[in-house]
Design a protein around this ligand. Structure first.
Ligand code: NAD
Ligand code: TYD
Length: 340
């Protein structure tokens, strides 16, 4: 079995590469990544030493490159993680989100049609469903919830999902989609909430919480997401969408306080800053389908996951210090200096 993992040098893609190398030692894994600001080859250092892993640098939206790669490699399965993934950046500059997240998806699927494939899997997000109100804790996103997006990021991801389902219906492409809630764990880029809080709290810097901090996210440890994707690509039904989430809702303030508690840092570091435009209030996944059909259940409790994550950032300072000492400083200035 030969699997193409796109976005392999990013957060979830790299965790998936390590997960698959361990779970399926006989599979050949090809990791592809454009190495944008979010992709980091150091993350794949150990994978590079594995005889069953190879890396290729390239753009999923570059048709010639992708077609040549598919013609040469003859993949059995494609798992597409490659994306522009940060909501705040999509508010500053939507264009690249449409190019990578939509056109990139189309080009990958065109290559699958041309060269044949057993399964094309699209890694999507619960953000395609929009948000839920805080005063209706009884409501959850199911696979039947209408798509109703808020940000250029989620609109681009939803557009890609629609294209994936259209390629199945129109061309019979064997596709599947997972829509997962917020992930956390090792190799998470420090522009996202949890690693941003860890890295700033360790430096005793202020911790920017948007709005009132009451927004709710449904957090899942990244390894549980990898397990879900592995199940869906092997046992999930073609043409189907599977929601992935572990009923682990927390307000942003609760998350920040949990991290501070682990680090032994004071809550006085918390600073309320101007809200994100169009900020989604609550995400909450109903995972009944994947649980009933494929037997998937999350295995890592939030308290344990946060402990493991904080420990990983303490043990791997070089990985994230290299990032925050580079272009990231300009990013932080641009994104946070005018928020009041
Ligand atoms: P990430 O930003 O850490 O990684 C994305 C990777 O894609 C980076 O390595 C980047 O270099 C690469 N990339 C970007 N443009 C590319 C292009 N044109 N061609 C090839 N590679 C390109 O993101 P992530 O958090 O690992 O998310 C991976 C996927 O999972 C995304 O599709 C995202 O929408 C989805 N997802 C993320 C979460 C989450 O909580 N992080 C939750 C649900 C779904
Ligand atoms: P993020 O990690 O960007 O993921 P997403 O927007 O995809 O859910 O943000 C998680 C939540 O944390 C979201 O409600 C926005 C909030 N947030 C802050 O309050 N401060 C920050 O500095 C960041 C990056 C996010």
């Amino acid at each position: 079995m030969k699997i193409l993992v796109t976005g392999a040098a990013g957060f979830i893609g790299s965790n998936f590469v390590y997960f698959m190398l361990e779970k399926h030692p006989d599979y050949q894994i090809v990791g592809l990544d454009l190495l944008t600001y979010a992709g980091n080859l150091k993350t794949l250092k150990t994978a590079m030493e594995h005889p069953n892993f190879t890396f290729t640098k390239g753009d999923i939206a570059d048709r010639d490159y992708i077609f040549h790669l598919f013609e040469t490699e003859k993949f059995d399965i494609v798992v597409n993680f490659a994306a522009e993934s940060h909501v705040d950046r999509s508010i500053l500059d939507p264009g690249v989100f449409l190019r990578t997240n939509i056109i990139g998806t189309q080009i990958l699927m065109d290559a699958c049609r041309e060269y044949g494939i057993e399964r094309y899997h699209q890694v999507s997000t619960d953000e395609v469903y929009g948000d839920l109100p805080l005063d209706r804790p009884d409501l959850f996103f199911t696979e039947e919830t209408p798509l109703h997006t808020s940000s250029p990021y989620s609109a681009a991801k939803a557009s890609a999902d629609l294209l994936v389902l259209a390629y199945h219906r129109t061309f019979g492409l064997p596709v599947s989609i997972t829509r997962c809630s917020n992930n956390y764990g090792p190799y998470h880029f420090p522009e996202k909430l949890i690693p941003l809080i860890i890295s700033r709290a360790l430096a005793d810097e202020s911790l920017p919480v948007y709005g009132t901090g009451e927004n709710v996210r449904d957090w899942l440890y990244v390894k549980d997401h990898c397990e879900a994707i592995d199940l869906v690509i092997h046992k999930g039904k073609v043409g189907e969408v599977y929601n992935v989430g572990g009923h682990n809702e927390r307000t942003n303030l609760e998350v920040v306080k949990a991290v501070l508690h682990e680090l032994g840092k004071p809550e006085s570091l918390i600073t309320y800053v101007g809200d994100r435009k169009g900020h989604d209030m609550r995400y909450a996944i109903d995972p009944t389908k994947i649980s009933n059909e494929l037997g998937w259940e999350p295995t890592i409790k939030f308290d344990d996951g946060i402990k493991m994550t904080v420990q990983w950032y303490l043990d791997n300072r070089e990985w994230w210090e290299d990032i925050i000492n580079g272009d990231y400083q300009n990013y932080y200035q641009t994104m946070y200096s005018n928020r009041s």
